[in-house]
Design a binder for this molecule. Structure first.
Ligand code: GDP
Length: 293
């Protein structure tokens, strides 16, 4: 299974990465606060490996998005883990809008510290500006839509540097850049790449689906066996590997003529069930041990 995931840089070749980074850096100059979107199911795997370098010392709020699909206890542990590092992380469901109010408060609080400082140094009081950063598919557009309340209240174009930029007003104190920063995921890290494939963050046609589904089943069998048993009405003794996939195929009626299991169909069912949360709320990345300073 070692070749299951050899994520090619099909969409992220070095030139593309440098361009993405340059775009983000340009926009960063315009904002006070960065909103980093992570997938709550894989907060480590969905992080950009060099985000800290790119963002530098800018205040940052973390969104644990797709929290509706993640294990609630694990999400709480992650929030605490970030808190020990002095970072506010907010669980959000950008589609349904859960957690968005709390997020706006967290951003406003983070931004206020920055804008207060500017005022102390003699600048005119103004709304705080923020932008969203994250890897593809993590929910950036969905969150922008939610934050703008569907109807985008555009702030008028400003002359000068920000001429071409569109800003969305959120409440009285905040402005959000209408264009998220897209960064690449951790595809050199095999475990992270697998987790990205499981969750659908990378395109299914750039890896071997059959091997990846077997690895996903293996992971679920170890971490969330009862969800698997419940969904597919399996017996207590869960088989492993192909046997488990075969069993699922039979239970779900994925059969070819002659009664043979249609593995490809079974693989698609497992992937779709997992990604839509029908296999339960699952977190794949454990939070790292709290660093001792
Ligand atoms: P972007 O590429 O980062 O802009 O991601 P999108 O906003 O286009 O979202 C990618 C997919 O994830 C879409 O199918 C969204 O409906 C879905 N999605 C986004 N946020 C959430 C969420 O909080 N929960 C769930 N269940 N799905 C989400």
């Amino acid at each position: 299974n070692d070749n299951a995931i050899d994520i090619p840089s099909l969409q992220w070749y070095p030139g593309h990465m440098r361009k993405a980074e340059r775009l983000v850096k340009e926009n960063l100059k315009l904002v006070d606060v960065v909103i980093e979107l992570l997938d709550a199911r894989i907060p480590m795997s969905s992080a950009n490996p060099v985000l800290r370098e790119i963002v530098g010392g800018k205040p940052r709020v973390i969104v644990l998005n797709k929290a509706d699909l993640a294990d609630e206890a694990a999400t709480r542990a992650w929030v605490n883990c970030f808190a020990t590092q002095g970072i506010t992380a907010v669980p959000v469901d950008a589609v349904k809008g859960r957690g968005v109010k709390e997020l706006v408060q967290a951003i406003a609080k983070c931004a206020k510290q920055k804008t207060d400082k500017l005022v102390q140094h003699g600048a005119k009081a103004r709304a705080a500006r923020c932008m969203i950063l994250g890897i593809p598919n993590v929910g950036k557009s969905s969150l922008i839509n939610r934050l703008s309340g569907g109807s985008k209240t555009k702030v008028e174009n400003r002359p000068g540097v920000t001429r071409a930029k569109q800003w969305i007003r959120i409440g009285a104190q905040l402005e959000l850049l209408d264009m998220p920063g897209i960064l690449w995921p951790k595809f050199e890290d095999r475990q992270a790449a697998l987790h990205l494939a499981f969750t659908g963050a990378i395109n299914d046609n750039v890896y071997d689906v059959a091997s990846v589904v077997l690895l996903l089943l293996d992971t679920l069998r170890m971490r969330y066996p009862s969800d698997l048993m419940e969904r597919y009405r399996l017996e207590k003794e869960l088989p492993s590997g192909m046997e488990l996939l075969e069993e699922i195929g039979r239970k779900r009626g994925c059969l070819r003529a002659g009664g043979k299991v249609d593995y490809e169909k079974a693989e698609q069912i497992v992937l779709t069930d997992f990604r839509s949360g029908r296999l339960g709320r699952v977190t794949l990345d454990d939070f790292p041990p709290i660093p001792t300073i």
